[in-house]
Design a protein around this ligand. Structure first.
Ligand code: GLU
Ligand code: ZN
Length: 284
């Protein structure tokens, strides 16, 4: 008998500020799609960055989402409860010889990246593309500024790999390509001494642990998806389907950010808007 896995998606905000219209769109879209598919809608609190996460923002997330009329599965997963899982995965990748200790400061990286070199992108989905200074240096773990993934070797292990995209901007099978990943993403950070895991490593593990089959999130994360799919393959985790949705922008076409408090759900609530008004504002 073929077991069918129920459609499972999630909304994963970081409790570092108020939810704004962009979050509302993402959460409602995922919620609606789960409902249509008779599936599950999970809420996850991405409080990886403990220096910025605040309890009152987490409380407000629950409050705003409930006000919007959303219902989610319980218990809610919080990243801060799973730091040891991230560490285990990091060790696994290290044992596979796919990681190295990087001792570069931000300034070192900028200086090396500005050295004359062939043209190519300077920035990728993980920020400035790392010039590779420490790749073969065998630095001591104690001196680490961060642990990086050796992108080329990792790709050689994992590719061929691909994912299915069903969003408005890209359609169908997206195949990962070694040279593209090396030149446009580079050796991404997997962990730092004060951070159990990078965003990339943590979300891949969280999504797998909670049985997420469909990731519905903003188009700003499309470029990062190749990193996630690569990590899934390396760690023997399933690759979900992806749907990178449109971004909600302000009147000037700028995409909303955490600091756009003027578009915070809480502000609209205060001003007397209804959840139906919010749906109309984001085009749902
Ligand atoms: N916490 C992440 C964010 O808010 C989750 C994104 C994702 O992987 O869906 O950007
Ligand atoms: Zn380095």
């Amino acid at each position: 008998m073929i077991e069918t896995v129920p459609f499972t998606t999630r909304f994963a905000p970081s409790p570092t500020g108020p939810l704004h219209l962009g979050h509302a769109y993402s959460a409602m879209l995922a919620h609606d799609m789960a409902q249509t598919a008779d599936g599950k809608f999970l809420l996850r609190i991405d409080d990886l960055d403990q220096s910025r996460a605040r309890d009152h923002w987490e409380t407000q997330i629950y409050d705003d989402l409930a006000w919007l009329g959303l219902k989610w599965e319980t218990p809610v997963r919080r990243q801060s409860d799973h730091f040891s899982d991230y560490d285990k995965a990091l060790h696994k990748l290290s044992e596979m010889d796919l990681t190295y200790v990087c001792t570069c400061t931000r300034r070192d990286i900028e200086a090396a990246a500005n050295a004359p070199q062939e043209g190519g992108p300077q920035f990728g989905p993980d920020g400035r593309i790392y010039p590779g200074t420490c790749r073969n240096a065998a630095h001591a773990f104690a001196d680490a500024k961060c642990i990086r993934l050796n992108m080329r070797v990792a790709c050689e292990h994992a590719i061929p790999a691909s994912f299915e995209e069903n969003g408005p901007d890209h359609h169908g099978k997206q195949a990962l390509d070694v040279e593209t990943m090396v030149s446009t993403i580079g050796d991404v950070v997997l962990a730092r001494p004060n951070m159990a895991a990078s965003y990339h490593l943590s979300v891949v593990l969280d999504d797998a642990a909670t049985g997420v089959t469909d990731i519905i999130r903003g188009a700003d994360l499309f470029e990062a998806t190749a990193i996630h799919v690569l990590l899934q393959k390396l760690l023997n985790l399933p690759t979900p389907r992806y749907n990178h949705h449109k971004l909600i922008r302000d009147e000037r076409g700028k995409r909303l950010a955490k600091r756009d408090d003027a578009r915070a759900i809480a502000k609209f609530r205060e001003d007397g808007a209804t959840p139906t008004d919010i749906r109309a504002m984001v085009g749902l």
